[in-house]
Design a protein. Structure first.
Length: 128
């Protein structure tokens, strides 16, 4: 029987609420929504949607790696955008991280995201 294990990392900003950055259950990792928070300051990076998307995906990558997976093992993501008109800019950066066999994805516009973020992304990945 599998057991639930909390995934932690020192490479990202800590969770901003009562939730885990990730949960590993068996061969799956469920990574909570990440935003473009600088790991040192805990504040959103500057530079607009592209910079936030890049930092978001770096943070997500660190969570997955510390849980035993990688971006190449992501099965599904959900992208939450504050403004759907920035989809193309987010998508261009996203493609840099998922250039080969990208995961399934849903993208939705959210009325507001924590800390005023422009983007938040969660993921489900597998561990070999």
């Amino acid at each position: 029987m599998s057991k639930k294990t909390v995934v932690t990392t020192e490479k990202t900003a800590p969770a901003i609420g009562p939730y885990s950055l990730g949960i590993r259950y068996g061969s799956l990792i469920f990574a909570s929504g990440s935003a473009g928070l600088d790991p040192q300051s805990g504040k959103l990076v500057s530079g607009g949607i592209e910079a936030e998307t890049r930092q978001t995906l770096l943070n997500l990558s660190n969570i997955l790696e510390d849980g035993g997976a990688s971006m190449a093992k992501v099965l599904k993501t959900t992208v939450f955008l504050k403004d759907m008109s920035e989809f193309a800019k987010m998508n261009a950066v996203y493609a840099e991280f998922f250039s080969h066999d990208p995961p399934a994805r849903s993208t939705i516009q959210a009325a507001a995201l924590p800390l005023g973020a422009a983007v938040e992304i969660d993921a489900i990945a597998y561990v070999d």
